[in-house]
Design a protein around this ligand. Structure first.
Ligand code: SF4
Length: 388
């Protein structure tokens, strides 16, 4: 459909306006499975298994004793242990003694209990498998993740199962879409471009999106792939206010000597480089921040306004991100940037308005990621035909 639109000249596929919204799943809001609860219960179960095995070990299978109970038990290992214990019980000679019969019943009960624990362990492992990288999922719709929705009828911030729907638009036609389990937009941009490339065998030349997508990783990806990014960063709006005055103590306001790699603090003291801090984002991207330290802050008259920590002031500066922000600012304030920023409000936002409020498409009608994707694909085709 999109290629037909491109053929007919409705769109060029050169520009992509990207935004996301959350759409509720068909599943009920009380079908949640939370990672933290599963992990906590699994740890408790492991302790119970260890205690039970120690008792069973004493009572039944001294000859096959389970040597190391500190290791993690898997469901397969537990099944083997259950089989061994059952065999050991079967080998025991029949008796008519009341006490011995009672002891045998107790041992059999312990084995049954162990089987129950094994089944529970399988259940928890299945939950963790389904969760993958997510923190929650719905039992009815395992593809859906619990997230806060914009439409909150009860006004209590309750999480509901849903999908983060990302769309790319051009001239208010939906050119691309993809569903994500993560509620924030930052980590969705690169996979979304991959989906665009997979569909059309190319990438857009220009991307316009809001500040939710302005991360170092995203800026870098776009620069390396020749995409002109008109993407705001946090604070862009604040900086544009007429009465905005930068905080003179903020690291970004301090003078930086690029040649000799040092900052000058508001008192004129040099802050020399003391190292590099590396952080890993949720997607595995490594960010690097240079650390600079003032020589002596004790007795400084500006100490109270400058910083609150103990010792001498240390600042961390991500030079690469600052460079991307400078580029983004230049682009956004250029004539073309102003045009794209103006259009952004009437591109994906208007499409979401049409979808959610005029067409009342606020909830998927199917269950499972594949079916939900198909659900929206048909909707997007119909939407584009209607718009033609
Ligand atoms: S407190 Fe330290 S870093 Fe801040 S202005 Fe004074 S000397 Fe400079």
């Amino acid at each position: 459909m999109v290629l037909v639109l491109a053929d007919k000249g409705f769109i060029s596929l050169d520009v992509e306006y990207i935004d996301g919204t959350k759409i509720e799943s068909k599943a009920n809001k009380y079908t949640f499975v939370w990672r933290k609860t599963v992990e906590r219960n699994r740890t408790r179960l492991m302790d119970k298994i260890r205690i039970l095995l120690e008792q069973v070990d004493e009572a039944i299978a001294q000859e096959n004793s389970i040597k190391d109970t500190s290791v993690e038990f898997t469901s397969c290992r537990l099944s083997d242990i259950v089989d061994e214990l059952k065999e050991a019980l079967e080998r025991q000679p029949a008796t008519k003694d009341k006490e011995e019969k009672k002891a045998l019943r107790k041992k059999k009960k312990q084995v049954r209990e162990l089987e129950g624990y094994r089944d529970k362990l399988i259940e928890y492992d299945n939950h963790l498998d389904t969760l993958g990288e997510r923190n929650s999922y719905s039992k009815t719709d395992p593809g859906a993740t619990f997230m806060r929705m914009k439409e909150d009828a009860m006004k209590n911030g309750q999480t509901k199962p849903g999908y983060n729907l990302q769309i790319g638009t051009e001239n208010q036609f939906i050119t691309d879409f993809r569903l994500f389990p993560n509620p924030t937009d930052t980590l969705t941009l690169i996979p979304f471009f991959h989906s665009f490339q997979y569909r059309y065998n190319r990438l857009p030349n220009i991307c316009v999106a809001d500040s939710g997508y302005g991360s170092e990783e995203n800026y870098r990806f776009m620069q390396e792939n020749g995409i002109e990014a008109f993407i705001k960063y946090n604070y862009f709006h604040k900086e544009q206010r007429p009465r905005y005055t930068p905080n003179p103590f903020h690291a970004e306001s301090l003078h930086y000597n690029e040649g000799e790699d040092y900052y000058v603090c508001p008192m004129g003291q040099h802050m020399n480089r003391i190292g590099t801090k590396r952080d890993k984002t949720a997607s595995g991207y490594i960010t690097e921040s240079a650390r600079y330290k003032a020589k002596r802050c004790e007795g400084c008259p500006l100490r109270g306004s400058c910083f609150k920590a103990r010792g001498n002031r240390i600042i961390e500066v991500n030079h690469r991100l600052n460079q991307y922000k400078r580029q983004a600012r230049e682009r956004l304030l250029s004539e073309e940037g102003i045009k794209h920023r103006g259009r952004r409000c009437i591109e994906p936002e208007a499409v979401f308005g049409q979808i959610k409020y005029n067409m009342a498409y606020r909830r998927f009608r199917h269950v499972g990621e594949d079916k939900v994707t198909m659900d929206f694909a048909f909707f997007a085709i119909a939407f584009n035909i209607k718009k033609m």
